[in-house]
Design a protein around this ligand. Structure first.
Ligand code: GDG
Length: 458
C-alpha cells in the first residue's frame, strides 16, 4: 500500500489520552488514514523562529508520524495573518469589501509555500500519495512539481470557491489558479464550489471541462470533484450519550429552568453571520413578546484569528449587540442571550446540542459547516430538536430536511424560530430521520476514503 503524505497549514494529531475528546473529526479522520497508510503529516508547528532553517521536528505519536517546521514572524504576518486570512478567506467567503490586496502578503504567501515545498520534498518517496489541504497552500502542487516530485498529488479546499466575477478582483488570480492545475485531483465540498472553479477555468483560462469534471488545459489533465466532508458520526453520537455529555446536558437544562434553548456554536468569524443572527433573534423577541420569556439563546463563540483586525471588530460588534438586546428585553429573572466567548470540550458540546430544542446555523457563506451535522448526530431520536440552517452553507445541499433560511433576512429567521418552537414532535422526528441518514452515511471516514481512492486514480 502507498504511504500517504498529508500537508496542511497546521498539524493536529488525535490524542487518545484526552478524555474530553477535544479533537475535531477532521484530525481523527486524517489520523486514521495516516495510520492505515503509514504516512506522515507535515505542516507548520504554530511556533516562531528568528531565522527560518527548514529544520524538521519529527515525532511519532500513537502510530502517526508528524513533521513540522517553525516560521519567521514575517512569514506568519504575511502568509498566515496576511494573504490567507486577510485576502483569501474574505474573498472566498464572498466578502470583497473585507479582502485586502497587499503586495507583500502575496509574496509572503509564495515564500512560505516555497518553504513548505523545500522542507517536505525530501520526505516524499516515489510511491507516496500526497494530499494537500486548504486555502493556505493553493500553489503548493506547482512548487512540489518544480522540485521534481512526480507523485500523484491531490488538493482539497475546505472553504467555498468564489464566483468568477469576484475572483477576478484578486491581483494575479490567473497565476494562482494556474499553479493549482499541477495537481492530479482537486476536491471541493459541494457541486456549487466545483462549478464555480470549472467556470473560471473555462472562462478565464480557456480550458475545457468534460461531464466527469476532467479539466484539460495545455498539457495538463486534472480531475475536479465534490467530496462533501462529514463528521465522525460514530464517535460523536456515542459521546452525546456518555457521562460527560449527560452532565453538560443536565447543567444546561437546569439552568434554563424550563425554557427552550436555542443554541449557536461558531468560531468567532464574520462568515458565520452572528450579528445577523442576533438581530433576527431580537426581532423574534420583539414580535413574539408573549412567548419570548419561554426561550433563551446560548451562543458559544470561541475567539479565532485574534491578530486580524476584522476579527477584533466582529467581537466588539457582538458584545455591543448582546448588551443592547439583553438590556432591551431582560427581566430580573431572565436574560435572553447567553453569549460565551470560550470553547468547551467536544463531549460537553454534544450534551449542550442534545439539550437544545433549536440549533441556529446561519452562516452568510460556509464551505460545509460541521456544527449542523454535529447537532443532528447529538439529538435524542425520540424527541429531536430542529435545525435552522442557512441556505448558503455547503451543508444545505445535503441536509434538505432542515428549516432552510436566508440568513440575511431577519424576518425569515425570526419566522423560522417561531415555526421551530411550534413544530409538532412527529414533524421534528420526520425531518430528523431524513437528516440523520445523511450524517451517518456520508461521514468523515467515507470522505477520507473517497478522496484517497480518487487520488490513487482508482
Ligand atoms: C472549515 C470550513 C468546513 C466550535 N466551537 C467549539 C468547537 N467547535 C468545533 C465545532 C466544529 C468545528 O469547530 C467548526 O467546524 P465548521 O465546519 O462549523 O467551521 P470552520 O471552523 O469554519 O471549518 C467549514 C470545515 O472547515 C471542515 O472542512 O465545514 O465550512 O469553514 O467541529 O464543533 N469545538 C470544541 N469546543 C468549542 O467550543 N471542542
Amino acid at each position: 500500500m502507498s504511504r500517504l503524505i498529508v500537508i496542511s497549514n497546521r498539524v493536529s494529531v488525535p490524542d487518545k489520552k484526552k478524555k474530553d475528546g477535544a479533537q475535531g473529526g477532521l484530525a481523527v479522520a486524517l489520523g486514521a488514514a495516516l495510520k492505515e497508510h503509514r504516512g506522515i503529516w507535515f505542516g507548520w508547528s504554530g511556533k516562531e523562529t528568528e531565522v527560518f532553517t527548514g529544520d524538521l521536528n519529527m515525532q511519532r505519536t500513537d502510530g502517526i508520524t508528524t513533521a513540522t517546521i517553525d516560521l519567521e514572524p514575517q512569514d506568519i504576518d504575511e502568509y498566515y495573518n496576511g494573504y490567507a486570512n486577510r485576502t483569501l478567506w474574505p474573498l472566498f467567503h464572498f466578502r470583497i469589501d473585507l479582502a485586502e490586496y497587499e503586495r507583500q502578503f502575496g509574496s509572503g504567501y509564495e515564500r512560505v509555500n516555497e518553504r513548505f515545498a523545500t522542507s517536505v520534498a525530501p520526505l516524499i518517496e516515489p510511491d507516496d500519495l500526497v494530499w494537500v489541504h486548504d486555502y493556505h497552500l493553493l500553489p503548493l502542487g506547482k512548487m512540489l512539481r518544480d522540485r521534481g516530485i512526480k507523485n500523484r498529488i491531490g488538493f482539497f479546499l475546505h472553504i467555498p470557491w468564489p464566483p468568477t466575477r469576484l475572483l477576478v478582483s484578486l491581483p494575479f488570480h490567473e497565476r494562482l489558479v494556474l499553479t493549482m492545475l499541477e495537481y492530479d485531483i482537486i476536491g471541493f465540498q459541494t457541486r456549487e464550489w466545483l462549478e464555480s472553479f470549472c467556470h473560471y477555468v473555462e472562462k478565464e483560462l480557456g480550458g475545457t471541462v468534460d461531464a466527469d469534471g476532467v479539466i484539460r488545459f495545455e498539457d495538463r489533465v486534472v480531475k475536479a470533484q465534490a467530496f462533501p466532508i462529514g463528521i465522525d458520526y460514530e464517535e460523536f453520537s456515542r459521546a452525546a450519550v456518555g457521562d460527560t455529555a449527560r452532565s453538560a446536558y443536565e447543567r444546561l437544562v437546569q439552568s434554563a429552568e424550563g425554557k427552550k434553548v436555542l443554541i449557536g456554536v461558531d468560531r468567532l468569524d464574520y462568515s458565520k453571520g452572528l450579528p445577523d443572527r442576533f438581530e433576527a433573534y431580537d426581532r423574534f423577541l420583539t414580535q413574539n413578546a408573549e412567548s419570548a420569556k419561554d426561550v433563551v439563546l446560548l451562543q458559544i463563540a470561541p475567539p479565532s484569528r485574534e491578530a486580524v483586525v476584522t476579527y477584533q471588530e466582529i467581537r466588539e460588534t457582538l458584545e455591543g449587540l448582546t448588551g443592547s438586546i439583553n438590556g432591551a428585553h431582560a427581566d430580573i429573572d431572565w436574560v435572553p442571550i447567553r453569549y460565551v466567548n470560550r470553547g468547551y470540550p467536544r463531549a460537553e458540546l454534544a450534551g449542550f446540542y442534545r439539550a437544545s430544542r433549536i440549533a441556529l446555523v446561519t452562516p452568510l457563506r460556509d464551505g460545509m459547516n460541521l456544527v449542523a451535522k454535529e447537532y443532528v448526530a447529538a439529538q435524542d431520536p425520540e424527541d429531536p430538536g430542529v435545525l435552522i440552517l442557512s441556505r448558503f452553507a455547503g451543508a444545505a445541499l445535503q441536509l434538505t430536511d432542515a428549516l432552510m433560511v436566508n440568513p440575511h433576512s431577519g424576518d425569515e429567521v425570526s419566522e423560522a424560530i417561531r415555526t421551530a418552537l411550534a413544530m409538532p414532535k412527529e414533524e421534528r422526528i420526520r425531518r430528523w430521520q431524513g437528516m440523520i441518514e445523511t450524517v451517518k452515511n456520508e461521514d468523515v471516514k467515507k470522505w477520507q476514503k473517497d478522496f484517497v481512492a480518487a487520488l490513487k486514480g482508482s
